[in-house]
Design a protein around this ligand. Structure first.
Ligand SMILES: [Zn+2]
Ligand SMILES: [Zn+2]
Length: 297
């Protein structure tokens, strides 16, 4: 009598941490680079750029998939390659087949990328590829902020898995592009992994159209409303105070005048409200304005 066999336990299949398109672009880039190196290979030991390229492939594969299995397969394909190479030729005489093997493996991966599921759901917040693609090859990734200016993801293009449709801190919608001109918001500097830094500065204005980003506009609006209601000020004072706000945002020839006036008028106002206004503005003020208003070294 036939026994029903329980299927063997299979490990979770690897999934792509990026969208298929992005994964393909990343692998393509590595293949192109590998081809370049291959074109200049001479029989003998590998040139220094080959092992660097190989290390980068490993790092990329580790980050590209949810499981380490693919990176491990890549690494061992290279190991088998070296054994074959060592068996057929005296050790160290010709390592070019190592490079060729690794390149072949990447090509085969590229051919079967579609087989893998991606953890990146094509959410509407990530469907801004136009803004992303315009800047392909640029020095900066794309940043995702919420409308109130909380940083969500400093590398929305290279690690979209960290992107969110809404901010966990305040619930506001998130953006990766200027709402006025739709240019991508510059994010983390694109550096080799060993130099990579976390986070990115929050810009006050779009450097493509000059308009304030939503968080800047929101802070300004809140500050203007508050300035209009401050007690202890004359109407003239209130207008003058509101007039200083724009010049506090960026360092301009008017910043010093504005900051001095802001400080003087605030000292006339009731303490609580003045404190609120100061705390709204401190998030968006330029360093020069802060120095004048709060003092400093
Ligand atoms: Zn937020
Ligand atoms: Zn813009």
């Amino acid at each position: 009598m036939a026994r029903r066999r329980t299927p063997p336990e299979r490990p979770e299949p690897s999934k792509l941490c990026k969208s298929h398109a992005e994964a393909a672009a990343i692998v393509d880039r590595q293949i192109t680079e590998g081809d370049c190196i291959a074109a200049s290979l001479q029989p003998g030991p590998l040139p220094p750029e080959a092992p660097l390229w190989h290390d980068r492939n490993l790092t990329i594969l580790e980050r590209l998939f949810t499981e380490r299995a693919e990176a491990e397969r890549y690494r061992t394909c290279a190991l088998y390659g070296s054994r074959i190479a060592f068996r057929n030729t005296p050790r160290g005489e010709d390592d070019t087949s190592l490079h060729t093997k690794r390149l072949e493996w990447l090509r085969s991966l590229r051919g079967r990328l579609d087989v893998y599921d991606s953890v990146v759901a094509p959410a509407p917040s990530q469907a801004v590829p136009a803004a992303h693609q315009q800047h392909a090859g640029e020095a900066y990734d794309v940043a995702q902020f919420c409308l109130n200016g909380h940083l969500i993801n400093d590398s929305a293009r290279s690690t979209p898995a960290y992107s969110r449709a809404y901010c966990a801190a305040c619930g506001a919608r998130t953006v990766t592009a200027c709402v006025e001109c739709e240019h991508a918001i510059p994010g983390a500097e694109r550096l080799p992994p060993e130099f990579a830094t976390e986070g990115c500065a929050r810009p006050a204005f779009c450097s493509f159209c000059g308009k304030p980003y939503p968080w800047t506009a929101r802070s300004l609006e809140a500050a203007r409303e508050l300035a209009a209601e401050l007690e202890g000020l004359t109407d003239e004072d209130r207008t003058a105070l509101a007039g200083t706000l724009d010049d506090l945002l960026a360092e301009t020839p008017r910043t010093q005048v504005a900051a001095t006036r802001f400080k003087r008028l605030l000292s006339k106002a009731g303490k609580g409200a003045a404190e609120s206004l100061r705390s709204i503005m401190v998030d968006v003020m330029s360093e020069a304005a802060k120095k004048t208003i709060f003092g400093g070294p």
